[in-house]
Design a protein. Structure first.
Lengths: 111, 114
């Protein structure tokens, strides 16, 4: 069945460091791909999405490119801030008409 | 204005009790969901409704019963609560059934079963 595998956390970085959180998927066809973010004590919010191969989603300085050759959707940001500390979830919309989430990656940014 | 709201935010109860969690969305969306997030942050879909009709029912104990009185509301009733039901439950909604639609999540209900 469809699945999402993302980098295990926690990830701890200093402010202004470069961020990559890896995400790969297994799916039938070409599903829509998402990154959601969960700040402490809150629900999930959509960060960005891409609906077809080679699309790049971007928001708040974060980017991810839909790579069908490598079945990946890695999240990147050039310079992280303390306010980016959160749990990040990679997800896909499966052939069974539901979103499947990865296990989440906790990101902590040191001032 | 809150887009997706849930009540209560916290729920502490004894094993064996029956409890309900309510969800309302004011976005005019047709599709609503319930998710369970465990202590390791793993998020799993439980149910989905589209226009008040059940469309996804994952392998969830039948102690869990969703009910959608109208398309703006999706409530979750849990009978005979067990310790393993302790988790954060999230409601979500989206405009339709397209795979590219964004899901909007509520703030969550933290259920603790003692």
């Amino acid at each position: 069945g469809d699945s999402v595998t993302q980098m295990e956390g926690p990830v701890t970085l200093s402010e202004e460091a470069f961020l990559t959180i890896n995400c790969t998927y297994t799916a039938t066809g070409y599903p829509s791909l998402f990154w959601y973010v969960q700040y402490p004590g809150e629900g999930l919010q959509l960060l960005l999405k891409a609906t077809k191969a080679d699309d790049k989603g971007s928001n708040k300085g974060f980017e991810a490119t839909y790579r069908k050759e490598t079945t990946s959707f890695h999240l990147e940001k050039g310079s992280v801030q303390v306010s980016d500390s959160a749990v990040y979830f990679c997800a896909l919309y499966s052939s069974a008409s539901k979103i499947i989430f990865g296990s989440g990656t906790r990101l902590s940014i040191r001032p | 204005d809150t887009a997706v709201s849930q009540t209560p935010k916290y729920l502490v109860t004894q094993m064996g009790n029956d409890k309900s969690i309510k969800c309302e969305q004011n976005l005019g969306h047709d599709t609503m969901y319930w998710y369970k997030q465990d202590s390791k942050k793993f998020l799993k879909i439980m149910f989905s409704y589209n226009n008040k009709e059940l469309i996804i029912n994952e392998t969830v104990p039948n102690r869990f019963s969703p009910k959608s009185p109208d398309k703006a509301h999706l409530n979750l009733h849990i009978n005979s609560l067990e310790l393993g039901d302790s988790a954060v439950y999230f409601c979500a909604s989206k405009v339709g059934t397209s795979g590219s639609d964004t899901q909007y999540f509520g703030p969550g209900t933290r259920l603790t079963v003692l």
